[in-house]
Ligand binder design. Sequence first.
Ligand code: NDP
Ligand SMILES: O=C(O)C1=N[C@H](C(=O)O)C[C@H](O)C1
Length: 269
Amino acid sequence: MTNLPGIVITGASGRMGQMLINTVLASDKCKLVGAVERVGHDWIGQDVGLAMGGASNGITVTDDALEAFSKAQAVIDFTAPAATVAFSALAAQAGCVHVIGTTGMSDEDITKLGDAANHCTIVRAGNMSLGVNLLTKLTKMVAQALDADFDVEVVESHHNRKVDAPSGTALMLGEAAAEGRGVKLSEVTDSGRDGITGARKRGDIGFSAIRGGDVVGEHDVMFLGDGERIVLRHVASDRSLFAKGAVKAALWGQTQKPGEYDMMDVLGL
Ligand SMILES: NC(=O)C1=CN([C@@H]2O[C@H](COP(=O)(O)OP(=O)(O)OC[C@H]3O[C@@H](n4cnc5c(N)ncnc54)[C@H](OP(=O)(O)O)[C@@H]3O)[C@@H](O)[C@H]2O)C=CC1
Ligand SMILES: O=C(O)C1=N[C@H](C(=O)O)C[C@H](O)C1
């Protein structure tokens, strides 16, 4: 037990934070060595197991991320863009693998992660599930096989607490479709249609977001032609899927050189 890689979870009180803590505690391949929350959070100083409404596990929630990271081999971070950028610099300083599930990151944020990746291993993906990463490959293949006579639309549904759109997964799928077509996604994105939008532009890749209830995450990639359509779909029905993927990435990262990786690398897809 003592030689197992130690993992810190940031955003410990969040939906994914709690799922990650339970997943690490249940694993026989790693151990929980820290739980981080933001300064002023009412969980700070509490045993994280008790704060989550369960049994004590001896890990006290802290707002001192660097101190927590310095005792760990990996940090798993599903929080918010500004927090993730700050955590990546600290993970690099502490020499930990940084697994990032946070979505909604700007190009500027991603550039800053690149600086940290000169010093540590970063694994980042908008979706940590096997199914979505496989769907990404399939999307690229279908986009390669079809021309712009088929309109590509990515439709995603999530719970009513999600703060970013399109989802990280939708953007991964859109990128894959753009790559398959040999175009830059930023030049063909059509997102957030409203009002008199004009007719759809040939070659565009469209995004639509549905928000409501407790939907964990659903994604359709539609290739719409004349008289036929192909729909590739992934439905996540349990968040533990993402947490298990993130733990796999943290363990995989232990043997990698500093740099930026994604779940395709982890899964060997
Ligand atoms: N890649 C993947 O497979 C998946 C990615 N996600 C992504 O993970 C992220 C989190 O999702 P979810 O758990 O549902 O969201 P929650 O809002 O439930 O949790 C986010 C957590 O991050 C904390 N946090 C936010 N800002 C900071 C900060 N500056 N410093 C420290 N902690 C901070 C929040 O604290 P507080 O409550 O105090 O704000 C909260 O505990 C989202 O970006 C989501 O899209 C989700 C599922 C799968
Ligand atoms: O916020 C979520 O919940 C999810 N976010 C990720 C995304 O933005 O794609 C992954 C998953 O769909 C759940």
